[in-house]
Structure formats: structure tokens, C-alpha cells
Ligand binder design. Structure first.
Ligand code: NAP
Length: 345
């Protein structure tokens, strides 16, 4: 991108788990930056972060922060996006938002570049990054959708604590130490719901991510259901989800059952996955090789394995999909969108 226009870029939520990865990717991928503005709440204003070997001082994000900013990457919670993104759009900034604030807004494109990159051009100032569990699932299912069509998806997730932010990582590590030292684990952060009730995450599995809705599903589960239809551009796909938090630091894993509309050959499915952009097939049961969160952590790709025809329904497949939730699930997907915008301008 050397002969290219340079951009003034802002990262809102620069001190968070996702913000840290966005800054690292902008640095490592040599994003064409003229000036980088790092924004957070008043709590972290004044903190110094490193970018390209230089210190950048974090500033408090305010409605005035966006004057002269070309592209802003938001990961500071939905309320912050709702409060600040409209000011940014008025200032002419293109906002790429990691929160759920605008994902289901009909005017806002919801983009996974491997699935629907063309939607970026329809933006009216804001482009939404989907939920982390949804991104890796649709990235893996898109090549199968294109070839066979998809009628139904049943997904169960095994989600890392980093999906709930930097504080949840610390909570899991602290609780693990407490239990190993023979003490009671003190729950403080998880699950993040609407009640003050908290549960131990160390050495446990919590079947709740985000608050419960009246239909018995959690908000995270409904995000997977609704966002999948919007990103695939197909309301007819039936989706059901159960989302579970497990004591893994980085990398969400998913058990996915998918019913296809046309007959398929399992070897052809594996070839399609192996050749799909952003997908790595790791599927060798004879050698006990399959995707693992510990292998996916720190990588940009989505890893797929355990691909097999279902025994109860010959038109269905089962598979295991793993990706780093902070990277493809958040920061990398957002930076991919920013790179597309930079190339187009
Ligand atoms: N973690 C994931 O896997 C993931 C994936 C997809 C999307 N997301 C979404 O991305 C967002 C951030 O997630 P995270 O995991 O990075 O959380 P986090 O580690 O808790 O970081 C939150 C960031 O937001 C900033 N912030 C909080 N309140 C603010 C305010 N009023 N004004 C400006 N900045 C404020 C914090 O700044 P201070 O240092 O000042 O507190 C911090 O930089 C959430 O909406 C989350 O749903 C997360």
C-alpha cells in the first residue's frame, strides 16, 4: 500500500482486549496511517501505548474526537458506539463497529469479508462487525452455502473468557489459582447478564453468555441466529444456538450440525473448505489432528475439522470450527474491512 493515500485512524476502546489487537494488526500490516488517535474512557486517558516504536498517549473519547479522522474502529461497548458514532459520521468518519449497536440496523452493512465483502460499499457511515461466534461460523459455512445451499444449522459454542473482555481473563486466571490453592473461587464478572448473580468459571462451563430474553435464549444465541441470516442474505436458513462459556483464554470452538439442500460428497466438502479464503482444514482423525483453541490463538484464520456425514440425516454434516475470537472474531475482521476501504479510496 506504499503509493497510497494515508489515513487518519482512530481506535475507540484502545486499552481493551480487542483494541490492543486492532493496534497490533494496524502496526504489523503496515496500514497506511497518517495519524493514529487512541481513545478510551477518562479512566485510561493519559496512558501511553506503543505504535510503530513510538509512544501514543490515549485520550478520552468525546463527540469532538473525530474531526479530521477518516476511519474509526470502535470496540468500547454498544453504549459508547451509540453515543459517539453519530458524531463521527457527521464529521465524515467511516466507523467500523465491533459492538452490537448497529448490527441489525437495516441501513448498516454487517460484514464478514469472506462472505459479503460487496456490502461494504452500501455503508452510510457505519459498517458493523458481527458477533465473534457468528463470524467464524459463517466464514466456514459460506463455501458450503454457495455449492449446496443450507437449510438448517444447529450450533453449540465453547467460548473463551477473552470474549467478555480483559477483566474476564483476569477473573478466570485468579479463580484457577484460588481453586488450586484449595480456596473457594470468588466469582465477580461472569456471566455478564442482567442480574448480579455470578458463577465460578475456573474448572467449569457456564451455559449463559449475555442476558436471557423472554424466549429462553440468551442475547448471544439470538445474535448467532439473526446475524447469520443477515450476513448470508438468506432469511430462510433455520438456526438454533446454545452458547457456553468455558475456561479457555483465547479461541472460540463450535460444534456445528448443518443440513444442506443438495446431496454432497464428504471429500468434496473437505476440498471446498481447504480451498476457501481464510479457512484452514485440520481434519486427520487417524493422527488425532483437529482444530484446537490453543493452536488457533494468535492466528488470523478459521480452522475446521471433524467433518463427517451425520448418521441420523444423510443430508447433514457435523463439524468443529475454531478461531481466535479477538482476531477473526473482532480485530482482524475489522482491520480487513478497513484495508478494503483503504484500497478502494
Ligand atoms: N472480546 C471479544 O472477543 C469481542 C469480540 C467481538 C466484539 N467485542 C465487542 O467489543 C467491545 C469491547 O470488547 P473488549 O473485549 O475489548 O472489552 P474490554 O477489554 O473490557 O475493553 C473495553 C474498552 O472500552 C473502553 N471504554 C469503556 N467505556 C468507555 C467510554 N465510556 N468511553 C470510551 N471508551 C470506553 C475501555 O477503556 P478504559 O480503559 O478507559 O476502561 C476499553 O478500552 C464490546 O462491545 C464487545 O462486545 C468483543
Amino acid at each position: 500500500m506504499s503509493n497510497q493515500k494515508l489515513f487518519n485512524v482512530a481506535v475507540v476502546g484502545a486499552t481493551g482486549a480487542v483494541g490492543e489487537q486492532i493496534i497490533r494488526l494496524l502496526d504489523e500490516r503496515n496500514f497506511p496511517i497518517k495519524e493514529l488517535k487512541l481513545l478510551s474512557s477518562a479512566r485510561s486517558a493519559g496512558v501511553k501505548l506503543s505504535f510503530k516504536g513510538q509512544e501514543v498517549t490515549v485520550q478520552e473519547a468525546t463527540p469532538e474526537s473525530f474531526q479530521g479522522v477518516d476511519i474509526a474502529l470502535f470496540s468500547a461497548g454498544g453504549d459508547v458506539t451509540k453515543a459517539l458514532a453519530p458524531h463521527a459520521v457527521k464529521a465524515g468518519t467511516i466507523c467500523i463497529d465491533n459492538t452490537s449497536a448497529y448490527r441489525m440496523d437495516p441501513e448498516t452493512p454487517l460484514v464478514v469479508p469472506e462472505v459479503n465483502v460487496e456490502k461494504i460499499n452500501e455503508h452510510k457511515g457505519i459498517i458493523a462487525n458481527p458477533n465473534c461466534s457468528t463470524i467464524q461460523m459463517v466464514a466456514a459455512l459460506k463455501p458450503l452455502y454457495n455449492r449446496y445451499g443450507i437449510s438448517r444449522i444447529i450450533v453449540s459454542t465453547y467460548q473463551a473468557v477473552s470474549g467478555a473482555g480483559a477483566k474476564a481473563i483476569n477473573e478466570m486466571l485468579r479463580q484457577s489459582k484460588e481453586v488450586l490453592e484449595g480456596n473457594d473461587a470468588k466469582p465477580d464478572i461472569l456471566p455478564v447478564g442482567s442480574l448480579p448473580v455470578k458463577h465460578q468459571i475456573a474448572f467449569n462451563a457456564i451455559p449463559q453468555i449475555d442476558k436471557f430474553l423472554d424466549n429462553g435464549f440468551t442475547n448471544e444465541e439470538m445474535k448467532m441466529i439473526l446475524e447469520t441470516k443477515k450476513i448470508m442474505g438468506d432469511e430462510s436458513i433455520e438456526v438454533t444456538a446454545t452458547c457456553v462459556r468455558i475456561p479457555v483464554v483465547y479461541g472460540h470452538s463450535e460444534s456445528v450440525y448443518v443440513e444442506l439442500k443438495e446431496d454432497f460428497d464428504v471429500e468434496e466438502v473437505k476440498t471446498l473448505l481447504a480451498n476457501a479464503p481464510g479457512i484452514v482444514l485440520v481434519d486427520n482423525p487417524a493422527e488425532q489432528q483437529y482444530p484446537l483453541a490453543t493452536d488457533a490463538a494468535g492466528k488470523l484464520e478459521t480452522f475446521v475439522g471433524r467433518v463427517r456425514r451425520d448418521l441420523s440425516n444423510p443430508k447433514a454434516l457435523n463439524m468443529w470450527i475454531v478461531s481466535d475470537n479477538l482476531l477473526k472474531g473482532a480485530a482482524w475482521n475489522a482491520v480487513q474491512i478497513a484495508e478494503y476501504i483503504a484500497i478502494e479510496q
